[in-house]
Design a protein around this ligand. Sequence first.
Ligand code: HEM
Length: 435
Amino acid sequence: MRDEAPDVAGTSERTRLSRRGLLGLAGAGAAGLVVGGGAGAGIALAAASAGGASGADTNARYPFEGSNQAGITTPVQDRLHFASFDLSSSATRDDLASLLKDWSAAARAMAAGKDVGSGAVPDALTYPPDDTGEALGLGPSGLTITIGLGPTVFTATDGSDRFGLRAKQPKLLQPLPRFSGDALQAGLTGGDLCIQACADDPQVAVHAIRNLSRIAFGRASIRWSQLGFGRTSSTSTSQVTARNLMGFKDGTANLKAEEPSTAESVWVQAGDDAAADWLAGGSYLVARKIRMLIEDWDHQQLGEQERVFGRDKGEGAPLSGGTEFTALDLDSVGPAGKPAIDRAAHVRLAHSSTSGAVILRRGFNFVDGNDDLGLLSAGLFFIAYGRSPEQFIAIQRSLAGHDALNEYIKHIGSGIWAVPPGASPGGWVGETLFA
Ligand code: HEM
């Protein structure tokens, strides 16, 4: 039982030393770089790579504390482990607060490359170690842990105010509306709490979720989770645009941390919602598990694939002309007298001039093996952040009805969470809600 283990929230000196020792062997003299503040404007600089399993810089480190939680405008890492949790039916308000405190303490340690609690290899042999150990020697690897609170924390599915928090529920934190074409599965949808763990090493991200769910034992358990590999967006101008599993560059027109207007599109401002001033400096996270009908897609001619997105496949340039970062010209007419960017093209319908909104995308590719028919269970685990859920809803409404991409995708999972502001020094995520 965890309760028997001392120093749950702290970090063992012995283990800290052993982690350092292991790191030293991997990359002697490689100074870990602390990058990015809460606003996440910093860039992961690989001064001296300790070379983890993925070849990424194991020393890249983003502080857990800050005015905003890390993992939003932070340059998107390469790996994801996302988990949705349900609080146990017996959990009390104090259990919820203590869970958020314990998660924050563990997240603070792991983001710094330290073990959880008294470590993976404590002195005592008579109880299970606080830390499961698989991240020993892997360094922080750019780990960020981002915690969210779902609508059911404030109003349970049976309508009850189980934690006495209903008066503080943000007005717009409601289950998402049903969109045309939704094929959502209950087992991939919703959840009281969520944790997005991103890192440049898959084992570091998995270690984070594993240890945080272990800490939650008796108070909350995983409802569903998703592993992601290969970012499908960029959140910093320093990043090259990655490709999604349809082979297209994804993230070109995303909000970037360096753009001055990004902050006001992503962070909830004081006064946005009188009932929820505790959320100022936070954000709203929408996750959608989107299955790609990959085999159908792979049979399409290149011209059709490019029509669907409205961009060319090689360069990622708009079909209205130019290079990757040239602005879309939605009025441009092609040689056959038709719009150069099709009326149903994904980028036309997602663009702010059509949908009326912008979001920060932070999605990842996923492959869950094959289904019973032998088809690839693959797609995009879409994650978006916005100052209001209305931003995602407006864009998804624009896409749901008419997007040419709909023929090749299916939304099978979904969730929405309010992401509190970052933890203050020594504080915890969610503290403002309970203040
Ligand atoms: C499997 C599903 C999806 C795929 C494969 C996909 C792929 C792409 C690609 C290739 C682009 C063009 C490059 C870029 O600017 O990033 C793009 C743009 C965009 N997508 Fe998606 N997308 C998907 C779902 C969504 C969803 C669900 C939303 C939001 C509800 C969304 C919102 C956007 C936005 C806002 C843009 C930028 C449009 C612009 O202003 O040019 N996408 N997407």
